[in-house]
Design a protein around this ligand. Structure first.
Ligand code: HEM
Length: 427
C-alpha cells in the first residue's frame, strides 16, 4: 500500500472496528480523494469505506449520534462509492443526494423556495471563490493540477460575484450595494462577498460544502465545473417546484399569481446565465483531460432540468422516447402518468371560458419571457459545448454538439407560441 494512504486506511479501520461510535473522518477522506481523484481511489480504501457503510446500515437508527448525521454519512458514502459500486452517474458525480437535503421545506411557497435556491447558490459560489483565492494567495489546495493564470482566476472571481449579487440582494442584508449592482453588475469584491456568506454558514452547511466536491481527477478546474453544475441544479429545483405551484394557482383561477410565478422562474434563470460565462473560464485542455473519467455522467441525466421542462408542457412523444427522457426514467414515468403542465392547464382554462383575455395575456407574457430566456440558455450552452468539446461525442452517449443543436428548435410552450402568432395584430 502507498505510504500516504496508510493513515487514512487506519483511521477508517478504527471507525469500522468501533462500530461507528466516533466522528467519521470526513476531512481525511475528502483530502485523500481530492489529492488523487475519485477515479483513482485505492482499492483498499474503497473496500474499507464499503465496510464502514455496512456498519452504518447495520446499526439501529438513533443509537449513536442523531438520525440526520447517519443520513448524511449514508449519502456521502453513496457518492464516494459510486464508481466502486458501478452505479456512477450524473447525480452521484455532482453529489446531488447530499445537496438535495431533505426536500423542499415549504412546497408551494415560492419565495421560500427561492430563498433556499439563493442560499444554496451563494454557499456553493462562496466556496468556489475561497478555493480560487487560495491559488492567488500562493497556497492552492487540491485538486491543483493545471492551475489557471492569475488573470483567468480574477475573471472567474468577477463572474462568480456577478451571479452571487442577485441572490445576495434578496437574502443577505447589506452584503451588496443595490445601486452599484444595478449600474455595474459584477463589481462587488468577490472575496468580501464570499467571506460574508461563509460567516453565516452553519456547521451542517460547512460539512455539505466539504463533502460535495468529489472530483474524478486531480485538475484544478474540475472544482469550478462541479460548483457550476450544482448551482444550476439548485436553480432547476426552484424552477420545477415553482412551475408546479403555478399550475396549481392557474387551475385555482388565480392567473395573475400564476403569471408572477412563471415570471419569477424566468428571472432566476436569466440571473443564472452568467454561470455559463463563469464556466467558460475553464481551460478546454483541462476539461478534455478530466472528462476521460466522467464517462457515464452527463447532464442529460439531470432530473431537475427535465422536470422543469415537463412542467411547462408535455414533451413530444419523439423527445420522450429519445435519450433526452430515457436518461431520466422517473421523470419520464411522471410525464406518462399525466403530469399537469402550465400549457395544458392554460389551454383547459381557456376552453372552459373563465379566463378573460387580459388575464390570458399576462400568463402568455410571462410564458414568453421564460421561453426567451430558455432559448438563450440553450444557445449559450451549445456555444460553450462547441468551445469545450468540439466534435467529440458527449458523455451521455449522444453525438455531442449536433444533439445540442437539434434541441434548440424545441419550445417549452409550443401551443402558447402558436396562440401568439395567431393573435390579431393591434392597429
Ligand atoms: C463544459 C461544459 C459543457 C459541455 C461540454 C456540455 C456538453 C453537453 C453535451 C454534449 C450534451 C448532450 C448529452 C451528452 O451526450 O452528454 C449535454 C446535455 C445537457 N447539458 Fe451540458 N455541457 C456543459 C455544461 C453544462 C452545464 C453547466 C449544464 C447545467 C446543468 C448543462 C446541462 C445540460 C443539460 C440539461 C443537458 C440535456 C439537454 C437536453 O437533453 O435537451 N451542461 N451537454
Amino acid at each position: 500500500m502507498d505510504v500516504t494512504e496508510e493513515p487514512l486506511w487506519r483511521e477508517l479501520c478504527g471507525w469500522r472496528d468501533c462500530g461507528g461510535r466516533r466522528d467519521f473522518p470526513y476531512q481525511a477522506v475528502i483530502s485523500h480523494l481530492r489529492a488523487v481523484g475519485k477515479h483513482f481511489l485505492p482499492h483498499r480504501i474503497l473496500e474499507v469505506l464499503a465496510e464502514c457503510r455496512d456498519v452504518l446500515s447495520a446499526r439501529p437508527s438513533g443509537t449513536h449520534g442523531d438520525a440526520d448525521a447517519g443520513t448524511v454519512l449514508a449519502r456521502f458514502l453513496g457518492v464516494v462509492l459510486d464508481k466502486f459500486d458501478d452505479r456512477y452517474d450524473y447525480p452521484s458525480y455532482t453529489a446531488l443526494p447530499l445537496l438535495r437535503g431533505s426536500g423542499p421545506a415549504t412546497p408551494g411557497d415560492w419565495q421560500a423556495l427561492r430563498r433556499r435556491r439563493d442560499r444554496t447558490v451563494l454557499l456553493l459560489l462562496a466556496d468556489l471563490v475561497g478555493f480560487e483565492r487560495r491559488v492567488l494567495d500562493g497556497a492552492p489546495s487540491d485538486p491543483q493540477g493545471m492551475l489557471p493564470t492569475p488573470l483567468l482566476l480574477n475573471k472567474r472571481l468577477r463572474l462568480a460575484a456577478r451571479v452571487m449579487e442577485a441572490a445576495a440582494l434578496r437574502v443577505l442584508d447589506g452584503a451588496v450595494d443595490p445601486v452599484a449592482v444595478a449600474t455595474t453588475p459584477g463589481r462587488t469584491p468577490a472575496g468580501e462577498l464570499a467571506d460574508a456568506v461563509i460567516a453565516t454558514a452553519s456547521d451542517e452547511e460547512r460539512l455539505l460544502l466539504l463533502t460535495s466536491v468529489q472530483p474524478v481527477y486531480v485538475l484544478h478546474d474540475e472544482y469550478l465545473f462541479l460548483r457550476v453544475l450544482q448551482s444550476f441544479e439548485a436553480t432547476f429545483t426552484f424552477m420545477s417546484a415553482t412551475l408546479d405551484a403555478a399550475v396549481g394557482v392557474l387551475r385555482g383561477e388565480r392567473p395573475a399569481e400564476a403569471a408572477a410565478l412563471i415570471a419569477s422562474v424566468a428571472d432566476v434563470l436569466r440571473e443564472s446565465l452568467p454561470l455559463f460565462s463563469l464556466l467558460a473560464t475553464m481551460q478546454p485542455e483541462s476539461f478534455q483531460e478530466f472528462r476521460q473519467f466522467t464517462d457515464g455522467a452527463s447532464a442529460i441525466q439531470s432530473e431537475g432540468y427535465k422536470t422543469f421542462e415537463s412542467y411547462c408542457s408535455t414533451p413530444a412523444r419523439a423527445r420522450l422516447d429519445s435519450p433526452a427522457f430515457t436518461s431520466v426514467p422517473d421523470v419520464r414515468d411522471a410525464v406518462l402518468a399525466g403530469r399537469e403542465t402550465v400549457q395544458g392547464t392554460w389551454e383547459d382554462v381557456i376552453s372552459s371560458g373563465w379566463l378573460s383575455e387580459p388575464d390570458a395575456a399576462v400568463v402568455r407574457a410571462a410564458a414568453r419571457q421564460l421561453e426567451a430566456v430558455h432559448q438563450r440558455w440553450k444557445q449559450t450552452h451549445y456555444r460553450l459545448a462547441v468551445r469545450m468539446i468540439g466534435e467529440r461525442t458527449g458523455t451521455g452517449a449522444t453525438e455531442g454538439v449536433p444533439y445540442l443543436k437539434s434541441v434548440i428548435s424545441n419550445r417549452l410552450f409550443p401551443a402558447m407560441e402558436n396562440a401568439l402568432e395567431h393573435q390579431p395584430v393591434a392597429g
